[in-house]
Design a binder for this molecule. Structure first.
Ligand SMILES: O=C(O)CCC(=O)C(=O)O
Ligand SMILES: [Fe+2]
Length: 272
């Protein structure tokens, strides 16, 4: 699904200004999947204030909540500017959830909600993301050709939202310009994050971030107990101190409600 003009183009100009030193310094990818003419720049929560707003965009969080609401919570999975240079061939068509060691999640059970924000216009010619529509309902480990796909063309400031089960890939860039997108993805908080937020966001920066963003990037317990610190302390309490969060395990009432509902939902998902 593409949400047209989710932010104004000037927001993307701000991102570019904030990230300029890192974008310029990023080398091209080491292999075909990363793209030998493609630069991938991460650490966006630490490096760009405006990217924090994209990470927390209510429309996207709403979509992630809706997709993953049968679980207790979700978290930020990765942040990455993907700048596809001229002459880059099309990326192999894949599912992003294959990152989890190709675990065969049950059909219809999504573990990831993904976005690609258009930092430049996305056109068929410059390498707009190629998507196989409806492929979240198909079997796993399928192979597709580019003919099976459609380009997610969109204006700068628009955002493509897709689940980890949708087959897709970066398009071939047949233009003379760089196609830049901001890949920001979310996953169930009982899974490992692809980008290590604890190391990508230096502690000195992390402790200045608002609580809701910190929880989303991983300073929270996933489900009931995952990710507590030493004497069952809440990670937010550890980083901020001063009773920022109650010490103890997760929200037991919500866990009980889920058990009561047969362990298949029944309680609202929390962000973070
Ligand atoms: O840049 C794009 O359009 C998509 C890239 C992609 O799907 C990936 O690297 O996993
Ligand atoms: Fe992908």
């Amino acid at each position: 699904m593409v949400v047209d003009d989710a932010v104004t183009p000037s927001v993307m100009d701000d991102v570019r200004t904030e990230l300029a030193p890192w974008l310029d310094a990023t080398p091209c990818g080491p292999d075909e999947f990363s793209g030998r003419r493609t630069r991938r720049t991460g650490g966006l929560v630490a490096r760009s204030k405006t990217c924090r707003e994209l990470v927390m965009h209510p429309l996207v969080l709403g979509a992630a909540h809706e997709l993953l609401k049968d679980g207790t919570s979700f978290q930020l999975h990765l942040t990455q500017v993907i700048a596809i240079g001229p002459g880059e061939p099309a990326q192999v068509i894949h599912r992003d959830q294959w990152a989890f060691d190709f675990f065969p999640f049950p059909q219809g059970y999504d573990v990831q909600c993904n976005t690609i924000w258009a930092m430049t216009d996305f056109t068929e010619e410059n390498g707009a993301t190629r998507v196989v529509p409806g492929s979240n309902r198909l079997a796993d480990r399928l192979e597709f050709t580019q003919d099976d796909t459609v380009p997610a063309e969109m204006r700068k400031g628009s955002v493509l939202v897709y689940s980890g089960s949708v087959y897709h890939g970066g398009g071939a860039n047949r233009s003379n310009e760089v196609r830049a997108g901001i890949n920001i993805t979310y996953n169930r908080s009982w899974l490992r994050q692809e980008e290590n937020q604890y190391l990508a966001v230096p502690f000195e920066i992390a402790r200045t971030l608002p609580d809701d963003l910190l929880r989303l990037i991983g300073y929270a317990r996933g489900a009931y107990a995952l990710g507590y610190v030493d004497d069952m302390r809440d990670p937010l309490e550890v980083i901020k101190g001063g009773g920022a969060a109650a010490t103890g395990l997760g929200d037991l009432d919500s866990v009980r409600a889920r058990l009561g509902a047969g362990g298949t939902g029944g309680s609202p998902a929390r962000v973070g």
